[in-house]
Ligand binder design. Sequence first.
Ligand code: NAI
Ligand code: SF4
Length: 441
Amino acid sequence: MGRKLLLDKAHIENIRYYDVYRANGGYESAEKALKMTPELVLDEVKKSGLRGRGGAGFPTGMKWSFIAKPEGVPRYLVCNADESEPGTFKDRYLMEFLPHLLIEGLLISSYTLGANSCYIYIRGEYAWIPDILEEAIADAKKNGWLGKNIQGTGFDLEIYVQRGAGAYICGEETALIESLEGKRGNPRIKPPFPAIKGLWDCPTVVNNVETLAAIVPILRIGGEEYAKYGTGKSTGTKLISACGNINKPGVYEIEMNISVEEFIYSEEYCGGIANGKRLKACIPGGSSVPIVPANLLLKTAKGETRMMTYESLSDGGFATGTMMGSGGFIVLDEDQCIVKNTLTFARFYHHESCGQCSPCREGTGWMERVLKNIEKGKGKMSDIDLLWDIQRKIEGNTICPLGDAAAWPVAAAIRHFRDEFEWHVLNPEESQVRNFGLAHY
Ligand code: NAI
Ligand code: SF4
């Protein structure tokens, strides 16, 4: 069994409630942190090598150390719980079953950053979770972990839960900040980064739910010990939400030192491909990351075993690699149509584009239309090159990463599965038959 740091107590009945959480070691990390100086807590986070778990993998300790500290200006911590990346549902699990783990992480993080107000911005579709969080916040407050003069330290903290209204773009940190301020969720141009000018123009750290929950085990075992979990620059454990054509979909905590093959085929995790089918491809980090065909998924282009780490998953760049992303692990079996899959994602990004920049606003719609034609057997060969051109014109030319996220899946699908696109063009009447077998792999 792999070692666990976040879900090690998830099996305990009623761990969602304060008394049970506390009786099982809950808030001991916070107790420890509150006796340290914020600088020492920050040192532990830096030593841990923790990287942001929302998708970008930015070093957390570094982000925290960037926060500006002008005199008399409040600082804010924002917990990004707007988990909307298709295939990603790990933060939902943490918030639903271990709300106090998150609150404890928020307390330690706010103390370290010198923030007295913290906001949890949660996606609108997670309609039942705010009540769970509000109850946990009330219980934490009743027991002296929130409010004024926490545990007699003189430190004050309030946590507020803000519901989003179901827009994917509000998961982008600056759009989230705009939305928190009561405005339309349009991304801002960066820099300035939120650490300098964020919520109400004040220094703000925005971190993902899992990142903030991981602060608790880091304080419990120490940053150095945490860094011994995993490998290389992928320290600690990572939650993976696995879905698609596998036997055991669900949320798994992995130590980042196992192979992709072990994750897909072992009984401890996905339990293999469903219905005795064969693996065709995988999107390992949520819909925004490039799709990888089976032959490049288990081994890198250099023939090395591909590991569930930030480095190994991206090995080979976009030509043969992909990204850890948000850990939304989508597995496709031999019967799945790549063109249809790509169209589904393109439709999503078109729908979710905020419309501020023309390459994204126009390009996502254009890609959707061309893909729809190809998928329906109404496409031309030149449409494949047209698609390639459109995605290239979007990538790197937009205000926020949604543009790139829309372009990459299209680019990777054409790069690795061009023959499937051609098949749709050449076989218009059979275009709705989506069993391509394993001809490609
Ligand atoms: P990013 O790379 O621009 O930034 C990462 C973080 O580091 C941000 O918080 C940014 O403010 C901070 N940062 C970077 N350079 C900095 C500097 N010089 N000074 C201060 N702070 C700095 O990436 P971003 O836009 O935050 O995230 C994109 C990722 O989000 C994508 O890779 C995608 O996988 C993921 N994503 C996740 C979703 C989910 O539901 N979990 C939804 C959509 C996308
Ligand atoms: Fe809006 Fe798309 Fe531009 Fe992002 S890339 S700001 S979602 S139009």
